[in-house]
Design a protein around this ligand. Sequence first.
Ligand code: GDD
Ligand code: MN
Length: 377
Amino acid sequence: MLQTMTTSDQAAALLDVAIVIPTFNEAANVPKLVAKLDAALAGLAWEAIFVDDDSPDGTADAARTLGRADRRVRVIQRIGRRGLSSACIEGMCATAAPLVAVIDGDLQHDETLLPQMLATFRADQSLDVAIGSRFVAGGGTGDWDRDRVAKSAFATRLSRRVLKADLTDPMSGFFMIRSDVVRRIVPGLNAIGFKILLDIMTASPQPLKFVELPYTFRTRELGESKLDHVVAMEFLIALYDRMFGRIVPVRFAMFSAIGLIGVGVHMSVLFPVVRLWGEGTFLAGQILAAVTAMTANFFLNNALTYRDRRLKGAKALLDGWVSFCVVCSVGLVANIGVAGFLHDAREGGWAVSALVGVLVGAVWNYALSSRFVWGRY
Ligand code: GDD
Ligand code: MN
């Protein structure tokens, strides 16, 4: 239960919670935030961990100045690195407290919600995350303009596609979580960009148990926002990585390598045909070579790329082989079409045109065969 302590008790008290504060150029906000935390967390044993990416404005020094007089204030100063998510992760892994909260350093998050978050953990032993939400009843986005509201709503919709949980504010950067849960999940985090909560919620193999508590996003008074186009791009990359990153690169690489083997098969069929029976048989040889290469590719992909969903039995194999040949024939048409177009348009030399054609064909073959031959939806 929550207990009230005097200052002399605090050294002996067990640490309740760590507050992780990612900062970049927030020097003027540091003392204000610590004062607000001190008021909000009165009676609790807490520590504040500023994770600063070597801000030129001396944010880390501002925090150290406080930390000298108040040992609850700590600083991690990262050199040569940037990133809100990765800063949060480092801060969350740097505490012995059983609970850890993440809060912005610019006073836009409502720190008075922290004791309520802590109370929900005390009331529910199986809770993993308590999330400060702008979109549950009682919360709000403060004085955001319509543009920012629209962008945020769009990003929220996108992120809900990768998130299976029914969470209204997955973009929130304000939450409290069990620190052992974080340590368990960290190896699976992509740590890209700003959206640390989304990263955590989608990385966990078991769905995390969460509650959302309403708060109103405040206006920034000092300093400026770091959310820019790069951050928006990173968001999309992080989503891509979550959606496809784990499967596609590996499979696509295998598929492409097998495609290269197919080229070798093709040439080693075509070469003797033309050699033995003369140029007049080129077209027949070309068709024979293509079918042989596709067949080889089909069986190699079936055995390697899609070994987890390998087609077995004569009928499945025959069906698969036919659809693979159809997909690859269309891919070949796309390859030749694109390469021819680029070459005619003189967009690139013949080699570049051919390579782009091959790439388009490969992506086509990969995307369609994974779907229609090996049934990966
Ligand atoms: N260490 C570190 N490194 N901190 C950073 C970095 C970085 O590269 N970039 C930003 N921060 C810190 C800021 O100093 C601030 O304390 C906090 O992260 C939030 O950054 P802002 O630039 O103020 O972000 P915002 O207000 O636009 O976005 C906030 O709103 C989102 C809700 O849509 C962030 O709080 C998000 O966490 C939140 O999800
Ligand atoms: Mn902010």
